[in-house]
Design a protein around this ligand. Structure first.
Ligand code: FES
Ligand SMILES: [Fe+2]
Length: 351
């Protein structure tokens, strides 16, 4: 599947964000994850669980059913399934055969997110989750907020491509967070195992509109910007605003810091779950920033959804033009394809 090899969809053995922890309670929450319906809810002890979202009796959605104690009870004919996926009750008969079951997925509450492992449960290793210190989530100088989960009508790699090529900031987000220097400044790209990092140090550029909205009357600034991609579906992007090095009073001093966390989880082959959270060094500007970032999310959503429409319109895609700023996106695609190839070799039928 574009832009991957025919037959490659997504890495299965990896942690993906299924939901913000705050979204899941005693009511079932339905979500498609890597082409499968999943339902999330909390047990009596508060622990969150993820099980298959399709009742194996007549395919009724368990997301439209109800939770009873630790079990989920199908809203059609009342079959009950435990958090391990095992059917525990069939109202119309005395016993629930052992063969009646739905999938149960490893699920971990970590940071403000619930992370799901859609692949082989035996391989679910919590050490593979992004380190919260490393991504800055435990930084006492920053305040964090979640900005909701979004269903995007575009395949997940279009969002990964978007986040790995921040040269789009000056164009798609030219009225909000970007300036032309987001494209013209050379970018450093570094790879470390399953992690890919990009960085641009922009010198003495005009302040983008967002800085004024955040309450800073500064005309020229330095910007330290970039991001990190944790395979298979988590990105951090950062933007530090500094006084330019030739500033008379505070050369090089940090004015404001921003950290954005993006969870990108394939929903179906052409739709994606997108989870957005933000951290700021100046919590007083949160309301202004939330309004601004709401526009930025809509702009990105617009771009990838329009590209998805174009992909579906054209039966045979000609090769894409490759430009310098594609470096990280191309590397990210290579990393994902290599991991998918390893999974296909280990388990050719899929899991
Ligand atoms: S469809 Fe679920 S019990 Fe019948
Ligand atoms: Fe963007």
């Amino acid at each position: 599947m574009y832009p991957f090899r025919q037959g490659s969809f997504a890495i299965r053995n990896g942690w993906y964000i299924a939901a913000f922890a705050s979204e899941v309670g005693k009511e079932p929450l339905a979500r498609n994850i890597l082409g499968s319906p999943v339902v999330l809810y909390r047990k009596m002890d508060g622990a969150a669980v993820a099980v298959g979202g399709r009742c194996p009796h007549r395919h009724f959605p368990l997301g439209a059913s109800r939770v009873n104690g630790d079990d989920i009870v199908c809203g059609y004919h009342g079959l009950s399934f435990g958090p391990d996926g095992q059917c525990v009750h069939v109202p119309s008969q005395n016993s629930a055969p052992r063969s009646f079951k739905i999938p149960a997925y490893p699920l971990v509450e970590y940071g403000p997110w619930l992370w799901i492992w859609p692949g082989d449960p035996e391989k679910a290793d919590q050490d593979l989750l992004p380190n919260l210190d490393e991504i800055g989530l435990n930084d006492p100088c920053m305040t964090f907020r979640t900005l909701g989960s979004h269903l995007v009508k575009a395949r997940y790699q279009l969002i990964n491509d978007n986040l790995l090529d921040l040269s789009h900031l000056g164009f798609l987000h030219g009225n909000t967070i970007g300036t032309p220097e987001n494209s013209s400044t050379p970018e450093e790209v570094r790879k470390r195992g399953n992690y890919l990092e990009t960085r641009r140090m922009i010198r003495n550029c005009e302040a983008p509109p967002v800085l004024k909205a955040r309450g800073y009357e500064v005309s020229r600034i330095d910007r330290d910007t970039g991001g990190g991609f944790y395979i298979p579906g988590f990105h951090t992007t950062f933007g530090d605003t500094l006084f330019p090095e030739d500033h008379e009073i505070s050369p090089g001093q940090v004015i404001a810091k921003t950290r954005v966390y993006h969870g990108v989880t394939p929903a179906t082959s052409t739709t994606s779950n997108y989870f957005f959270a933000v951290g700021l060094s100046d919590p007083d500007s949160f309301d202004a920033m939330v309004a601004f970032l709401g526009k930025v999310i809509e702009e990105d959503k617009f771009a990838v959804e329009e590209v998805e429409k174009m992909l579906q319109l054209v039966s045979e895609l000609p090769s894409e033009l490759l430009i310098k700023s594609d470096h990280a996106a191309v590397e990210g695609r290579r990393m994902l394809q290599a991991a998918m190839d390893v999974e296909a070799t280990a388990c050719p039928q899929g899991l």
